[in-house]
Write a new protein. Structure first.
Length: 286
């Protein structure tokens, strides 16, 4: 049993630490430029790493499981509600093609890495799926793949830490490049120039504070958003569960049938698909 100051079954305290530190990370991101540069998410991650590695909070708890079980599924439709499908097709154009090419490169890189490292890293097939999904579509995809392939919790935690730390270093390098004179002299930086000139109208002390300024929102808006997200999760998961049991899978059926089961019986893929369908059918509501 892991010995920590806060026990794994002290649910109220653990939820409090999660919410309070997340709130503090958001405040730091919007108040101080150093935190804005590395993002509130990285600040929160660093704090969690310190707390869990100094024996203050446990590395495993039902509280953390609740995040994967309830919060992540609800986050998927909530994140997609603002998407305007027509604008994606009309305005993405060349960017969409570039994105698809980069996605193919990511998948190819993961496949090559798997064959090079499969004898040295456990459950690398599951980790590869999680990380490739994360690099293509973000953290929500990472969580979806972790749940889909039932990756061991300790490997998920290790992958989250490794993924975020490497991405933090990567982002720092990317943010440094536009500030280096060598690159500024050789490449145009219209967006950086616009920010530095003040023409974007930054109201707060950081860009994060300006972006997350107060918006007009009512109790009804919150209720409909959360209620709709819950409804989509319920319907999607039930439909996927039914199709998963109705479509056979396993070693005794063909690859194509297994593929069909994997596509239509996957609750996260069903959730994303159903969300996009209702976005297309009821654009004025959303």
């Amino acid at each position: 049993m892991e010995q920590t100051l806060i026990k794994a079954d002290d649910y109220v305290t653990l939820w409090g630490i999660i919410v309070v530190w997340a709130s503090a990370s958001i405040y730091l991101e919007q108040r101080y430029s150093w935190a804005a540069k590395i993002s509130g998410a990285i600040v929160a991650l660093i704090g969690a790493i310190i707390l869990s590695n100094t024996g203050i909070i446990p590395t495993a708890s039902p509280v953390y499981d609740a995040v994967w079980t309830f919060i992540i599924p609800l986050a998927i439709p909530l994140l997609l509600f603002h998407v305007k499908i027509k604008r994606i097709w009309q305005e993405s154009g060349r960017l969409l093609i570039i994105f698809l090419i980069s996605s193919i490169g990511t998948v190819a890189g993961v496949i090559i890495s798997f064959f090079l490292l499969k004898d040295h890293i456990p459950v690398l097939d599951k980790l590869g799926a999680m990380l490739s999904a994360s690099y293509i579509g973000g953290g929500v995809n990472f969580a979806a793949m972790a749940a889909k392939f039932k990756t061991p919790g300790e490997m998920v935690s290790a992958a989250v830490v490794a993924d975020n730390l490497m991405m933090a270093i990567y982002f720092v390098v990317l943010m440094m490049v536009p500030a280096i004179g060598f690159f500024r002299r050789r490449f145009k930086t219209p967006h950086v120039d616009q920010v530095e000139s003040g023409s974007i109208g930054v109201e707060g002390k950081t860009l994060a504070e300006s972006f997350w300024k107060r918006k007009d929102i009512s109790l009804k808006d919150i209720a409909l958003s959360v209620g709709t997200a819950f409804l989509l999760v319920i319907v999607s998961f039930k439909v996927a569960e039914f199709l998963d049991s109705a479509i056979p899978s396993g070693d005794d059926v063909s690859f194509f049938i297994n593929l069909v089961n994997g596509l239509f019986g996957d609750k996260y893929l069903m959730l994303t698909t159903l969300t996009f369908l209702v976005l297309a059918m009821f654009p004025r509501y959303f």
